[in-house]
Design a protein around this ligand. Structure first.
Ligand SMILES: [Cu+2]
Length: 248
């Protein structure tokens, strides 16, 4: 599998996304035939190793099987308390999401392609879930680019995708802690000045009403499978915890 990275410049015009690629360099990561990938550098979500990417193909292959078949990682190991700032400049913690179902995506507003695609998918799934089972799942975007993703930047960005989409940013340390709690890998690439990319895991996390990790969804999910996947989890959860299925 081959990917590329380089200097990318992008902006939003009339809701459409344009990316301009400059000098490119390419490299290969052998034997990684799996589509839960990170933007620009391919690393599975489970390989979060002290802020460093590990490109050991043996490990990647070993983990691929695990990732493909769902959340076989310990549920307690994903998620946790956080303290960030929302797109209105207000402090937010996990407590603000108690009692709700939340679908989280980590990314950065300057991402030229994958983040917009994933957020469009997230927004469409949120609407479909509402339509099908009448449940409002909270869409949440958490920045992994605290340097450029100011409150204002995030506010303008989330508007592009869904009126309910909440954008969170914060200082570098809080972002680092939050990403670590979710086993999200991210790393700024070396580029000139402020023109850089952030390599990061591409994953959505479904969190339950007590901010407990329920399931993650990868880039391989389309709108329909994401919608059905979330509904299925919520139904199972309700049946198990509350003794009755969704909507009754
Ligand atoms: Cu991205």
């Amino acid at each position: 599998m081959e990917t590329s990275r380089g200097r990318l410049q992008a902006d939003w015009r009339c809701g459409k996304f344009y990316a301009r690629r400059g000098l490119m360099s390419t490299y290969k990561i052998q034997k990684l035939e799996y589509d839960m990938l990170v933007c620009h550098v391919h690393v599975p979500v489970l390989l979060y190793l002290n802020d460093q990417a590990c490109f050991c193909s043996a490990e990647i292959n070993a983990n691929t099987q695990t990732v493909k078949h769902g959340p076989s990682v310990g549920k307690a190991a994903i998620g946790g308390p956080f303290s960030l700032i929302n797109h209105d400049g207000k402090p937010v913690t996990e407590k603000d999401f108690m009692g709700k179902w939340t679908l989280i995506y980590f990314g950065f507003t300057h991402c030229p392609d994958i983040c917009p695609d994933e957020l469009i998918k997230l927004a469409a799934a949120i609407d479909k879930i509402k339509e099908k089972v009448g449940l409002e799942v909270v869409p949440l975007f958490i920045s992994v680019d605290p340097e450029r993703d100011t409150v204002e930047q995030v506010r303008e960005y989330v508007k592009e995708f869904h009126p309910n989409l909440i954008g969170l940013t914060g200082d570098a340390e809080e972002i680092r802690k939050t990403a670590r709690a979710f086993r999200v890998y991210y790393m700024k690439t070396e580029e000139e000045d402020s023109d850089y990319l952030v390599d990061h895991s591409i994953v959505m996390y479904l969190m339950g009403p007590e901010w407990e990790f329920v399931k993650f969804f990868g880039k391989n999910n389309d709108v329909d499978s994401l919608t059905e996947g979330v509904i299925k989890e919520i139904k199972q959860f309700k049946l198990k915890k509350e003794g009755h299925p969704l909507g009754t």
